[in-house]
Design a protein around this ligand. Structure first.
Ligand SMILES: [Zn+2]
Length: 252
């Protein structure tokens, strides 16, 4: 009989790739694609529905971008909504929901403004035949209106947050994103954040090595959601993780 191993059951990493838009580092994306297919990994791609971020203009532009997004979706990859236009037009002064600080596309705007952006973004995805059930904001910056607007549009999964485990708050599920590098926690379910636009070839080599070593622990969004739990234990666990991380960040 197979022994139940709770640590193993609650360990996993979802590969989240950020800043997917017409203009991006397509050369590295191609290499990632091959890598994922080799190990049968289904990542989550944060697609910007209406990219207006000038930073990305220097990267190669893909013709038939949406055809490519559909092909990924057909391949079982998860497409997530990463903001609307990726333009930061507000300062958070560290008052954003996670207290990260920095500039924001959503934070500080009215509910109507945020709702409008989310609706427009979802409309683009719908017209392109892309199913969306999750969201993460550019620069991790949200306020309560962001969550209310997402819920109004039936989006309940946020690929961001503090903690060791996915958790529920405001009637939504948060999948924590803890580190900037692909470091594996010995316990817990989190996601990465990967910015191919900032990567050099060496970063890809390291990532390739990481995938090889951790192949068995990489999981899909469906698997993450299946494991989502909200009993007292996880509430306490997440509470302490949040405190610890805020504490560590304070001394950085
Ligand atoms: Zn981004």
């Amino acid at each position: 009989m197979k022994k139940y191993n709770p640590i193993k059951s609650y360990t996993g990493l979802l590969i989240r790739i950020d800043d997917i838009s017409e203009n991006m580092n397509w050369k590295l994306m191609k290499r990632c694609e091959k890598l994922f297919n080799r190990y049968d990994i289904k990542p989550l791609l944060g697609v910007i529905p209406n990219n207006k971020d000038k930073e990305f203009e220097k990267y190669e532009k893909k013709e038939n971008f949406w055809g490519q997004v559909r092909a990924w979706q057909d391949h079982g990859w998860e497409i997530s909504m990463h903001g609307f236009n990726h333009v930061y037009d507000n300062e958070t002064n560290k008052e954003d929901f996670f207290g990260y600080g920095g500039r924001s596309e959503f934070f500080g705007h009215t509910f109507e403004h945020q709702n409008n952006k989310i609706q427009q973004g979802l409309k683009i995805f719908k017209n392109e035949g892309i199913n969306i059930r999750s969201f993460f904001a550019p620069n991790h910056t949200y306020d309560k209106n962001t969550f209310e607007a997402l819920k109004k549009n039936q989006i309940y999964n946020i690929i961001d947050g503090y903690g060791l485990m996915p958790y529920k708050k405001f009637g939504m599920i948060f999948i924590p994103q803890l580190f900037y590098k692909e470091i594996f926690m010995p316990f817990g379910i989190q996601c990465t954040q990967i910015h191919l636009n900032f990567w050099k070839d060496e970063d890809f080599e390291l990532f390739q090595k990481f995938i090889k070593e951790n192949e068995k622990r990489l999981i899909t969004l469906d698997e993450v959601l299946g494991k989502t739990n909200n009993n007292v234990f996880y509430k306490i666990l997440n509470f302490f993780t949040e405190k610890t991380i805020k504490f560590l960040r304070y001394f950085r």
